[in-house]
Design a protein around this ligand. Sequence first.
Ligand code: AHR
Length: 354
Amino acid sequence: MKRRIIAALLATTMAVALTVGCDIKDIGKVVSEKTEKKEDTSAKITIGFSQVGVESDWRLANTDSMKTTFSEENGYKLIVKNAGQKQENQVAAIREFIEEKVDYIVLAPVTEDGWDVVLKEAKDAGIPVIVVDRMVDVSDDSLYTAWIGSDFEMESEKVCAWLKAYADAKGMKEINIAHIQGTEGASAQIGRTDGLETAAKEYGWNIVATQTGEFTKNKGRDAMEAMLKAKSNINVVYCENDNEAAGAIEAIEAAGKTVGPDGDILVLSFDATNDGLKNVLSGKIACDAECNPLHGPRVEDVIKKLEKKEKVDQILYVEEEMFAYDDTVTSVKIGEQEYKVTPVTERVIDERAY
Ligand code: AHR
């Protein structure tokens, strides 16, 4: 902030001296007038946002949320750099932001590892870094100012608790799971995989096949196709996001099998996007845990506090809901906490912003 104000004043002073040609004693007066007039353009907060890519509907909604929040009209200049799912592109983007002397860097990291060096460079340049969505695993936590995102393992625990309760209610004897993972090393993959593996051990479920779907519809379809060819006993597919689930559903149907509560395979998913919830409404996805992508206003909150030199929480978890096709299971309990399961209706979908 200080850097921005000084730069704006210096630029204004020089412009005034060159163009007006006035006595040095008048400069103070003119500067204050000019500063007032120029405030609209020179006082904008510049934010460099390094985004993972465009792999999912969730990601598009997340980018949109940033763009809507950090608009010119709201007093920001937002520079978005899309990394195409590659960490090296994110590192290069952060270095460009440092070079451009942005006021804040917002990072949605593709994976958790590999950030120490470049985040130290940002810290040395005095630029606060706000991490969103997935976490960074760094040796020194002071390398980032705040993190805002989801408890991915909790999302998984909720879905697994739902499956346990649902299977008990329906008398499902054996659970044979095909597991379609997200991008390896991403917090969303790590948390959702850990949750499933822990539950499988606890409840005696079989994870019969595991393959990455990289959070995309096409790779989700390919993974499901391959797993159906390799294993004939799959009765549950655990997809780590809605796009993978959409691809998996296509592959299951193409193989002549059915999805849904009365079908051959139960589909479980994460995100609860508009399209994901449409699949829940039709019964194609049985249970979907929300992963909320609307981080723009949350990041703005942090930035506003930092601008006022107020303290911010370093870790901010987002509260999230869960949805199911029917009301066989109305709530799940994780520890002492009870989570409501909402049966999806047209109205629930209409109320979704993404
Ligand atoms: O990190 C969040 C995950 O990344 C979302 O579940 C997924 O859709 C996105 O690509």
